[in-house]
Design a protein around this ligand. Structure first.
Ligand code: FES
Ligand SMILES: [Fe+2]
Length: 348
């Protein structure tokens, strides 16, 4: 059975999005980005707290990142208006003593911003509909990631997400002796269950064609969870230890998507291998990025696309989850997870 993916659905609101690896934002520094089509100034104050405000000066519209940040307030580079981390204006230098303008009433939009397990997340939506917390990786406490690989994909967010959860591209896109190849392809059956705002490939022993897992040592099992808006957590148990891959997809501007891949582990002996893991992450993500770039050459002609059983069932769930989230946001009511427990079978 084939079906046509939904096109052009708006970005999901009232959710937390991965903005930046925390290590990329030093104390008393600011940086500019575009997330969900909105210009954002991300900064870390001198106490170490990150914040996010709209990167447009309300006076004449210049991006505030062209100004200065002293670790507490941002000063616009054009006329020196100052804004604090709440986005509130604190000073307009051109005002004379007797000119009574309540500068505090001038604001730039502030976005809820949190740093969790070493990554900075921003909430997009109505603050009073904030459903809680950015996604967390289980069993690693407040550890920071050992490494984060960031790449920009030249595609809409849906293609990046669907590409990440696609089980059939591995032997073609990521073929490698230590991972998998066409010759090692075999039939697989995996049990899936609904999970909060998503679904989960329930804990199982990894495929026999994934030699890469062996370096972890101990009895190995893995569980993969996907959650809206586009966050995948692979939780690998290896004996007493844990290795987790967090992949988060965030739409940026027109037709581009930010993909962040963070790796955490508790095995101390893996730490000297960090450069090797970094290389693998770069290669892996790069292979996906190259593929979606090539895909754009075809998508330009707006072809009909297919989602087939069972290899594309996770992609179908993603579109259904999105639709249900949208319904909830517009009509209200509880989110009803459309995923039912099931076994999916494919060859890879
Ligand atoms: S444009 Fe920012 S202070 Fe005038
Ligand atoms: Fe991939």
């Amino acid at each position: 059975m084939a079906s046509q993916p939904d096109r052009d659905t708006p970005h999901l609101r009232n959710l937390w999005y991965f903005a930046l690896p925390g290590a990329k934002l030093k104390r008393a520094k600011m940086t500019d980005t575009v997330l969900l089509g909105e210009p954002i100034l991300l900064a870390r104050d001198s106490q170490g707290q990150p914040f996010a405000i709209r990167n447009i000066c309300p006076h004449r519209g210049i991006p505030l990142t062209h100004g200065r940040f002293d670790g507490a307030e941002v000063e616009c580079g054009y006329h020196g208006w100052r804004f604090n981390g709440e986005g509130r204006c604190t000073a307009i230098p051109s005002l004379t003593e007797d000119q009574k303008l309540d500068v505090n009433r001038i604001k730039v939009r502030r976005y809820p911003c949190r740093e969790v397990q070493g990554n900075i997340w921003v909430f997009f939506g109505d603050e009073d509909r904030d459903t809680g917390y950015p996604p967390e990786v289980p069993d690693i406490g407040d550890q920071k990631p050992k490494l984060v690989e960031t790449q920009v994909f030249a595609c809409e967010v849906d293609h990046a997400v669907v590409g990440l959860m696609d089980p059939a591209h591995g032997p073609y896109v990521h073929a490698a002796w230590w991972w998998r190849s066409r010759r090692s392809m075999h039939e697989k059956a995996k049990t899936f269950a609904p999970a909060p705002l998503g679904f989960q490939m329930v804990r199982h022993k990894p495929s026999s064609n994934s030699a890469g897992y062996k370096v972890l040592g101990g009895e190995i099992s893995t569980e993969i969870t996907f959650k809206l808006p586009g966050v995948r957590v692979e939780h690998i148990r290896a004996g007493q230890h844990v290795l987790c891959n967090l992949t988060a997809v965030t739409p940026t501007g027109e037709g581009t998507t930010l993909v962040n891949h963070a790796i955490y582990w508790t095995q101390p002996w893996l730490t000297p291998l960090t450069p090797v893991f970094r290389r693998f992450a770069k290669t892996f993500l790069g292979q996906d990025r190259v593929m979606v770039t090539k895909q754009q050459e075809g998508l330009r002609y707006n072809p009909n696309l297919m989602l087939i059983n069972d290899a594309d069932t996770q992609a179908k769930w993603y579109y259904r989850l999105k639709k249900e989230w949208q319904r909830c946001q517009t009509e209200g009511g509880d989110f009803v997870n459309p995923v039912k427990e099931t076994v999916l079978r494919w060859r890879s």
